[in-house]
Structures are given as C-alpha cells and as structure tokens.
Design a protein around this ligand. Structure first.
Ligand code: BES
Ligand code: MN
Ligand code: ZN
Length: 497
C-alpha cells in the first residue's frame, strides 16, 4: 500500500475516515465535513450512540454533498493519556473494517484533535504505522486467493493533516521499523523445508545491500573455533549449521559495539528426545530469536542508526537421526566447559552457549541481549503478554522494561541466583542441559549465564511472544515480529549519539 501525507482536502473521492476522540465535539475539518454533508455526521453519531470510544467505527455509506464513497468515523478513546499505541490501534481497526470492501483509496482526516500526548505530526505518523503493520500478510504459498482472505483492495492511503511535513518525517523512520518487523515476521512464517540454516544465512547476507557487513561461518570454521555445543545440535540434520555475524557500524569509529544474539533453530523436533506430534509444526518458529535479531539489524541499517551494533545468530536444525546426538552425550563448548546433554530437546541453550561466548570474546561489547524461544515454561509463567527477562544488570533491565512499555512489547524480570544454578550441576560434566521441571525458564537462563563473563547481559525468553500470536488490531500474522520495536527503541533512547 502506498502511504502518503498531504494537507487537508475534503473533496477527495474514495473512502474518507475521520478520527475523533471520545466525548469531544467535531472540530476543524471534521466540523466542515459535517456542514458539507448537511449535518449527516452528527445525526449518524447520535443515532448510533457513537461517542468516539477506542476501537469503535461508525460507517456512513454514500453521504450527500461530498465526493467520498463512504465516511468512517473512528473512535480514539479519551484524549487524556492517548499516545502512540492508541493511534496505531485506530489505524489498524480502520483498515480491518475496509478489508472486506472494494475501496481502493482511503483518506484519513486528522484535525482538531487536542489534549493527547502527541504532536499532530506524531499522531498522524502513528496512525499510518498502525495501518502499515495491520496490512502485513504472509500469503505467498496460497495459489488460490479467496475474496475474504485477500488483502482487501486498498492501494493508497493519504493521511491528511496540517502537520504533513512533520508527519512525513516521523513516518519515514517508523516505516523502517515496520520493514524490519516484516522481515522478522516473514522469517518466522516461512516453512522449515524452505527456511533451513543455509537459506536463512542467504537472506541475512542479502542485507549487505543496506550497508551491513555480513559474515557466514560454516561447520568447518565453527569446528576450528571449538563450538562443540552448537554443532552437536545439528548432527542429526541434513542441513549444515551456520553462524551469521551482521555488523552495522553507524556510530563513532572505535566506539564499542552493542550486541544482539539470537537462537535460530530452524526446526525443533526435539531430536532423539522427540517431541509429541500435536502442534510440532509450530517449531518452524523456533528461530524467532534469530529472526528478531535479523529484523533489528535491518532496521538499524535502513534508518542509519548512529550506533555500532552486531547481531550474531546460531542457525541449526534439531533432528533425530543415526548421526544425531544422544541423551548422555558430553560435548565441549567453545568456552572449554563441558555439558552433559540430558535432553536433546533443550537444544536452544546449547546453541546460545557458543554464540554468546563467541560474541563476548570477539567483540567485547557494551552489552549483550539474547533472544530465544527457549522454554515452554515461560508461557506457563507469563502467557503471551510478556516476554521473560533475565539479567545480570539492573540498568540494562530497567532500560529494556521502559522500552517495552513505550513500544507495547513488555518484558517481566524473573529472578536468578546460586540456588537455581545448582540445579544444573552434572554428575559427569561441568553442567547438564536441563534442571528439571521446577523453574524451567530460570534454570535455562542460569545455563546461559555460565557462558557470560562480566559484560552486562540480558536474556529474553520469547517462546510466548514470537509466534502463534494473538490477533490484534495491528497484527494478523502468526509470527509477530516481536522484539524489533523494543530493541530499536532501546538503541534509539540510550545508545545513539
Ligand atoms: N523450542 C522449545 C521451547 C518452545 C516450546 C518454544 C513451545 C515455543 C513453544 C525448546 O527447545 C524446548 O523444547 N524446551 C523444552 C526444555 C525442556 C526439555 C527442559 C521445553 O520447554 O519443554
Ligand atoms: Mn527443544
Ligand atoms: Zn527449541
């Protein structure tokens, strides 16, 4: 969809939407439109009991006195406290309404809205962002498109505001965030026969056109580095494991990098500790952490962020096979620490162990944030509303929590400590890869921490938020793209100069 910004003109044809806050009377262009239609808007509002509640839409088909085919009044809710999220939601709801119509163009009038936390430009940009996020579809494998699963016929959106140039500038940045999220969504949605480690690495490599430096390490190179923990996971797969390093150097020369590390299990059968069949297809999304890191790096590069950043993703496929690793195997990680593999289905931590160690030692980063669809237990604890946050650093934790509130991608910090760490002691090796049922997400985090030295580090368990997402006004995709907005905000607010 083509999204543009322009001055207010009520003469346009196509669908016309007017955004109104709850309880406020029509003002500015909205009042003008009411006049032009001989008071139709006010009459319709009264008749339908439309008061501008958040998420409500009132539609007037074929109004008299204007060229528009229909007018939609969209409620924003109360103006006090109204911020970015409310605007995005309104944009999403509105587009949802039009999906089943044959309209090809939409103009949204934003005028006379006061008392919110946003400037007029920011508000218009956020509505457009909501529209853009909602319009994402992953239907490339549907060869027979039905009318009602089509994207709708909308081709163009004009945001009409007196602050068009400010809105255009804000939206330019947001569109780059959306593009990063869409890459993440695409990667998570792709089927596992198409998106195996080599193909994922190719898609990451393609980002070099945006100025990212991308390196791909294969099994021979990882073997030389001693990554026995990561490599063990992929032994049962026909696909070669890969480690991808993406760098964006938009900051000062010599300035330390910020680092993001992602779990990229392109498919997780569980390995020899095979998962039950019900719902196993969802494990194509077990590379959600890696997908988020890749989408984030795309956004940072596209918007030329003034930061030096590295994204490292460990890409493997966890399969049962004659060559697969077994429960009882002991592997040696790049750190030199040995791991007894009790359960081959606790494979994400084995991948991250080497990816974290490698990142920390090669780049000596300012901080490391890893993302992983690591444990089913995190959904038992937090559902799909929050991702689990585990960290050795209060400042980084606070920054992540605040960024999450701002962007609507929330994180909840859970405890760590010596008593939990004890649960992964092994009879035969330096540690085992599972700690038992109790505190399953915490013992997984303790495992990761054994591969992190003094550097500020945070681990985000995104098993609940990355995939099988609840459908919202701004997301209709199975893969949510979760984390891109959060981490882009973290960087923008604290690590760019
Ligand atoms: N990829 C799974 C975790 C997962 C489960 C993500 C459901 C998304 C949805 C992970 O590799 C896994 O299998 N974890 C095990 C750990 C257990 C064996 C200690 C789990 O959560 O059951
Ligand atoms: Mn697993
Ligand atoms: Zn997994």
């Amino acid at each position: 969809m083509n999204i543009s910004f322009a001055d207010i003109s009520l003469a346009k044809s196509g669908a016309l939407a007017v955004l109104v806050t709850e309880g406020a009377s029509l003002r500015g262009a909205a009042a003008d439109l009411d006049d032009k239609t001989g008071g139709t808007l006010k009459r319709a509002m009264k008749a339908a009991g439309f008061s501008g509640k958040a998420g409500s839409v009132l539609e007037i088909a074929g109004p008299r006195g204007v060229a528009a085919s229909r007018i939609l009044l969209v409620g924003l809710g109360k103006s006090a406290g109204l911020a970015a999220a409310g605007m995005e939601k309104a944009g999403g709801e509105l587009i949802g309404r039009l999906e089943k119509t044959k309209e090809t163009s939409l103009s949204i009038v934003m005028d006379g809205i006061s008392g919110t936390k946003l400037t007029a430009g920011e508000a218009a940009a956020r509505v457009a962002f909501g529209v853009k996020l909602r319009s994402y579809r992953f239907d490339k494998y549907k060869t027979k498109k039905k009318d009602d699963d089509a994207k709708g016929s909308l081709k163009s959106l004009t945001m009409m505001t007196r602050a068009a140039s400010a809105a255009r500038k804000d939206y330019a940045t947001l569109a780059k965030v959306a593009d990063g999220m869409f890459l993440t969504r695409d990667l998570v949605n792709e089927p596992p026969n198409i998106l195996f480690p080599g193909e994922f690495a190719r898609r990451a490599s393609a980002l070099s056109k945006l100025g990212l430096k991308v390196e791909v390490l294969g099994e021979a190179q990882m073997m030389k580095l001693g990554m026995g923990s990561l490599l063990g996971v992929g032994y049962g797969s026909q696909h070669e494991s890969k480690l991808v390093v993406m760098r964006w150097m938009g900051g000062k020369a010599g300035e330390k990098l910020v680092a993001f590390v992602g779990k990229g299990v392109c498919f997780d059968t569980g390995g020899i500790s095979l998962k039950p069949p019900a719902g196993m297809e969802d494990m194509k999304g077990d590379m959600g952490g890696a997908a988020c890191v890749t989408g984030l790096m795309r956004t940072l590069a596209a918007r030329k962020a003034k930061v030096n950043a590295v994204g490292v993703i460990g890409l493997v496929e966890n399969m049962p096979d004659g060559k697969a690793q077994r429960p009882g195997d002991i592997v040696t990680s790049m750190s030199g620490q040995t791991i007894e593999v009790i359960n081959t289905d606790a494979e994400g931590r084995l991948v991250l162990a080497d990816a974290l160690w490698y990142t920390q030692n090669r780049f000596k980063p300012k901080f490391m944030v890893d993302l992983a669809t690591l444990t089913g237990a995190i959904m038992v604890a937090l559902g799909k509303e929050y991702a689990g946050l585990f960290s050795n650093d209060d400042k980084l934790s606070k920054q992540l929590s605040e960024a999450g509130e701002t962007e609507g991608e929330r994180v909840w910090r859970l405890p760590m400590g010596a008593a939990y760490d004890k649960m992964i002691e092994s009879k035969f090796a330096d540690m085992k890869n599972v700690g038992g049922r109790d505190g399953g997400s915490i013992t997984a985090a303790q495992f990761l921490q054994r591969f992190v030295n003094k550097v500020p580090w945070a681990h985000l368990d995104i098993a609940g938020t990355a995939m099988a997402s609840p459908q919202t006004a701004t997301n209709r995709s199975w893969g949510s793209g979760w984390g891109v907005r959060l981490l882009d905000r973290l960087v923008a607010d604290h690590y760019e100069k």
